[in-house]
Write a protein that binds this ligand. Sequence first.
Ligand code: GAR
Length: 193
Amino acid sequence: MPKLSIAVFASGGGTNLQSLLDSSKKGAFDGEITAVISNNSGAYALERARNAGIATYHISGKKFPERDRFVEEILKTLEKHNVNLIVLAGYMKLLPLEVVKTYRNRILNIHPALLPKYGGKGMYGINVHKAVIESGDRISGATVHFVDEIFDHGVILIQRTVPVLPGDDPETLAARVLKVEHKILPKAVSMFA
Ligand code: GAR
């Protein structure tokens, strides 16, 4: 049995999931991705997981309108795979408090900015890059941090910077940040392992 059983939560395209799958194949960390969970049944991340032969789960508030059932479904899935590390890789929802409590110090999140700047409610995906460009900051980057009860708040494990270039729009900046995300997320998992 591998040392680390990793569950990845993703909501969209899943390029960060892909970077984890690829680096796992290369043996970059001592662990195995055993489950991929999404709130979005149409997420391409789920397709990536299926292509890699990994169990996928669609667990959302819409599918499980009763909150207790929703939380139970997440916890049950994590237990089923004996998960001991959760990675939020482009997960656009807040993880239920019960999950944060149960897996304290065992949840990592990747954020597309240099926290504590540009974190918190509403700061996800392209919104983050819009805010950075509007601020006039010349440097942005990506952060991997432990997840606690407060949005984008837990202890930081790795950060890497990228320049904000003249003429950047949110999309060009997002692409530059995403490249470093793909490097630091597997590195963070390896550090954790
Ligand atoms: C990534 O940039 C990730 O940092 C960000 O969403 C994108 C997902 O891309 N996450 C957040 O904003 C969470 N607060 P991906 O689906 O291609 O990995």
